[in-house]
Write a protein that binds this ligand. Structure first.
Ligand SMILES: [Zn+2]
Length: 243
């Protein structure tokens, strides 16, 4: 735990929590649509939108013929996420990192703050972070520090896509159950969006024939607030140190 071996400013501690263990979920509805965000002990959990966020992709579990397109779709999904959040995502290329186990986030360097990986149900490319029937999963970890009433910031995230399920989806970024929509939905989780009950939003818990073409109005309102519209987070250097 390198970030704990550093001398911390007096009176400050660093806690760690995974977004999967929800401490609270805030529902927000507006005329535009609805969204839900993760709440930690110090309010809504977000990335710092005023710094770049790096990502890499692991397409090794896919058939060779599908890898190039999967990488292309990943880049396209991050472009759309960048437009919706105002966050500058930096593509750092391919990786062999496959998020797995409780310590997945410790393995991801500052050059792969978010990893998008295709996985299989068993064997070399499996991960215990995705459950049996799921097409995909997205998550992130955030750290908190207790100065001035307390703060939190997300620092690592992952998207896992089940290879077999993925190939059953429609190609491209079409409305309905498409490969692009799956990536965008899971990336929404990495940003801190939770599921909503409206089928009109991409953050509905299932991809259906009624799924929108990419992020819908509620999704966009949520991503904007989690991103630049929510303001910068002043993150001390010692909070997220490369593992
Ligand atoms: Zn989901």
């Amino acid at each position: 735990m390198p970030w704990m071996s550093r001398a911390l400013p007096k009176g400050l501690t660093v806690l760690l929590a995974a977004a999967m263990l929800l401490l609270g979920v805030q529902s927000i509805s507006s005329a535009a649509g609805s969204y839900k965000v993760t709440e930690g002990p110090y309010g809504i959990v977000r990335w710092n939108p005023c710094q770049t966020v790096t990502y890499k992709y692991n397409v090794s579990a896919l058939d060779k013929s599908l890898r190039k397109k999967a990488a292309k779709y990943t880049k396209k999904a991050f472009k759309q996420l960048g437009s919706a959040t105002g966050i500058s995502f930096v593509n750092e290329g391919a990786t062999q990192t496959l998020p797995d186990g409780a310590n997945w986030w410790r393995v991801q360097s500052v050059e792969e703050e978010i990893v998008v990986a295709w996985v299989k149900k068993s064997g070399k490319y499996s991960s215990d972070l995705i459950s049996g029937g799921a097409y995909g999963v997205g998550g992130m970890v955030y750290k908190t520090w207790e100065s001035d009433g307390g703060h939190s910031v997300a620092g690592r995230g992952y998207v896992l896509v089940d290879t077999k399920s993925y190939t059953k989806l429609t190609n491209g970024f079409k409305s309905g159950a498409s490969q692009g929509n799956l990536l965008l939905h899971e990336l929404g989780h990495t940003m801190g969006l939770e599921h909503v009950s409206s089928k009109k939003e991409l953050m509905y818990d299932t991809l259906t024939s009624k799924s929108p073409k990419g992020y819908a109005s509620g999704d966009r309102a949520g991503l904007a607030m989690l991103g630049r519209d929510g303001g910068c987070i002043d993150v001390p250097d010692w909070v997220w140190v490369e593992g």
